[in-house]
Design a protein around this ligand. Structure first.
Ligand SMILES: NC(=O)c1ccc[n+]([C@@H]2O[C@H](COP(=O)([O-])OP(=O)(O)OC[C@H]3O[C@@H](n4cnc5c(N)ncnc54)[C@H](O)[C@@H]3O)[C@@H](O)[C@H]2O)c1
Length: 258
């Protein structure tokens, strides 16, 4: 049990990476809050954790709405207690060639992929500061460091998530709060199924994508959950402001062949 006595808020915990983190953290003794825009999937994950002997509640929340975030943290305080772990996982892929991106696309991307990370951090920090104990883990991306053409403006927001991570890490390190990020490459989740399905032959695109990684496969949500568990737990007590690549080696490459 590596997270006994921790109360962990996981945004976007209704599916994919967030769901894997919620289940893993519950198995390690944390009480879980699933802050998910889709009330149905959030409730399904929470009740399945409870059936397996864990403790989880679902609080349907649009994390891009700062008032909704504040309300979600108030409900967490009422129902479970002070949050000690925050996993900023909710994210959306807004991809396109820069000059085809509308103001609406830009705002949508930044509202979920960046603003929400700040709103949730801002709402939990005062409670973490009261007990000088807390860990925030932001799910950034390999797009925080590398650029794939025509995926604008997602990488811009994910670069900023790393900036926010480093900035808050320095600010709150003396107060006992650590802030880190995880940068996954292609993890097989619904967001990537959606991406592969945009191509005429989704299976061929998936195989091609697997080959891009030195490990020659996609990652699994559980592999990201393992990294999140380490960073959230006291095992990472001297680690803050870090961006941990969970990417099968893809970010090491310039080309896979010459
Ligand atoms: N899957 C990958 O290959 C990959 C790679 C790098 C980074 N990431 C990042 O990991 C995170 C999770 O990705 P995933 O693949 O599990 O995605 P996903 O689409 O499978 O799940 C995202 C979850 O977030 C929820 N969500 C979306 N907008 C929300 C909002 N406004 N408020 C609350 N919840 C909201 C969705 O309903 C969904 O349940 C994202 O931040 C994504 O950018 C994913």
């Amino acid at each position: 049990m590596r997270l006994t006595d921790e109360i962990a808020i996981i945004t976007g915990g209704g599916q994919g990476i967030g769901e894997a983190i919620a289940r893993r953290f519950a198995n390690e003794g944390a009480k879980i809050v699933i802050a998910e825009i889709n009330g149905e999937t959030g409730e399904k994950v929470a009740s399945s954790i409870n059936k397996e002997g864990g403790k989880a509640i679902s609080i349907p929340t649009d994390v891009s709405d700062s008032k909704a975030v504040d309300l979600m943290v108030e409900k967490t305080l009422d129902q479970l207690g002070k949050p000690t772990v925050l996993i900023n996982n909710a994210g959306i892929a807004v991809f396109g060639p820069p000059l085809e991106i509308t103001d609406e696309d830009w705002k949508k991307c930044f509202s979920v992929d960046l603003d929400a990370v700040w709103y949730c951090s801002r709402a939990v920090l005062p409670h973490m500061l009261e007990s000088s104990h807390g860990s925030i883990v932001n799910i950034a991306s390999v797009h925080s460091f590398q650029i794939i053409p025509h995926t604008f403006p997602y990488p811009v927001a994910k670069h900023a998530v790393v900036g926010l991570t480093r900035s808050l890490a320095v600010e709150y390190a003396p107060k006992g709060i650590r802030v880190n990020s995880i940068c996954p490459a292609y993890i097989f989740t619904p967001i990537n199924e959606w991406y592969f399905n945009k191509f005429p032959d989704p299976e061929a695109k998936k195989r091609e994508t697997e080959q891009l990684h030195p490990v020659k496969r996609l990652g699994s949500p559980d592999e990201v959950a393992n990294a999140a568990l380490f960073l959230a737990s006291s095992e990472a007590s001297f680690i803050t402001g870090e961006s941990m690549m969970v990417d099968g080696g893809i970010s090491l490459l310039i080309h896979d062949e010459v």
